[in-house]
Design a protein around this ligand. Structure first.
Ligand code: SF4
Ligand code: MG
Length: 321
């Protein structure tokens, strides 16, 4: 499949100067047309800042490398052209639906806004907004266009945000922790909805999450990020069945499983390093249960795996490559 989104050698640094810190350290990642990729890591791994860089939302950060959407180099666009791309080619859903909505504007005005920006007449834009909302399971949507965000539940608000992201018919949807702020009952509904809309529309998806448990049913491929780098990137089934990086294995061990009733490790001991204090060699070595001497000094190279993925670790790949 052709690459829809192609991130190459992405670096993200805080403002230049003595205190500049590298938050993202050479990330390569592609999403093919219609492909659903999960970017997984603990808080502080650099996954959110990577997602925001795709839309150039953090103006104070220095971004290097390349981010291509089709033939468009995102890093070369003017702010004006970017805002068009945001509304029409990239749809975005964030963690907190309330934060993404304007409390003082009606649902109809907000969902139809991307179409209004393209010069579509108000009446037609509102009709389309009602259609998209009903496709996303908002009952009697045409009657509720005049409602305000506080009149909707958390799950309904996330549907509204999703409608705003989809109404411009983007090629790719970026969802950053889209269920984290929702209660457990609603989380699964929103995940099912994301599954449905991406499948039905053949939409590319980059799903950013700290929770490996949510990606199994939704992603084709999983990229695991640690301390600003991708440490493993493989087809979802292969990764779940046989993780090839000790960090991925640790994350997987913490995922609740219905078929295992034994006590389990709930977290990997220790915490991810602050980007300012990234350890030399493999950044995971202070927490790695199978670290070897050279892990503390030699950065592991990223190698292809037999299943078309890759990983960065000094351990032998075993059945892999
Ligand atoms: Fe562990 Fe070494 Fe592999 Fe890093 S390179 S994950 S420290 S074995
Ligand atoms: Mg985050």
């Amino acid at each position: 499949r052709t690459a829809l989104l192609q991130i190459s050698g992405l670096t993200i640094d805080t403002e230049p100067g003595d205190t500049s810190v590298r938050l993202v350290d050479g990330v390569d990642l592609t999403v093919a047309a219609g492909e659903r990729v999960a970017l997984v890591g603990e808080s502080g791994s650099g996954k959110s800042v990577t997602a925001r860089a795709l839309m150039r939302l953090d103006g104070s950060l220095t971004i290097g490398g390349s981010i291509r959407l089709g033939d468009t180099e995102i890093l070369a666009q003017t702010e004006r052209r970017l805002s068009t791309i945001r509304g029409s080619r990239i749809g975005m859903v964030f963690q907190d639906p309330m934060g993404a909505l304007d409390p003082l504007q009606s649902i109809g005005a907000q969902v139809s806004e991307p179409l209004r920006q393209r010069g579509i007449r108000k009446k037609d834009a509102l009709r389309r907004a009602a259609e998209v909302l009903s496709e996303l399971g908002v009952a009697r949507a045409h009657e509720r266009l005049g409602a305000y965000p506080h009149e909707f539940s958390g799950g309904m608000r996330q549907r509204v945000v999703l409608a705003m992201a989809l109404i411009g018919e983007p090629e790719i949807l970026i969802a950053d922790e889209p269920t984290t702020a929702l209660d457990v009952r609603v989380q699964q509904q929103v995940l099912n909805l994301l599954d449905e809309v991406t499948r039905e529309r053949g939409l590319g998806l980059l799903l950013i999450t700290h929770d490996l448990g949510v990606v199994a049913g939704l992603a084709d491929r999983v990229a695991v990020m640690y301390s600003g780098r991708i440490v493993e990137d493989r087809p979802v089934r292969a990764l779940f069945a046989d993780p090839l990086h000790p960090y991925t294995a640790g994350l997987l061990a913490a995922v609740p499983r219905l078929d295992v009733h034994l006590p389990r490790m709930t977290t990997i001991p220790g915490a991810p390093p602050s980007p300012a204090l990234r350890p030399p060699g493999c950044p995971f070595h202070p927490r790695c249960p199978v670290a070897m001497e050279r892990c503390a000094s030699e950065t592991p190279p990223t190698m292809a795996t037999a299943d078309g993925g890759r990983r960065a670790c000094h351990l032998d790949q075993g059945s892999g490559n």
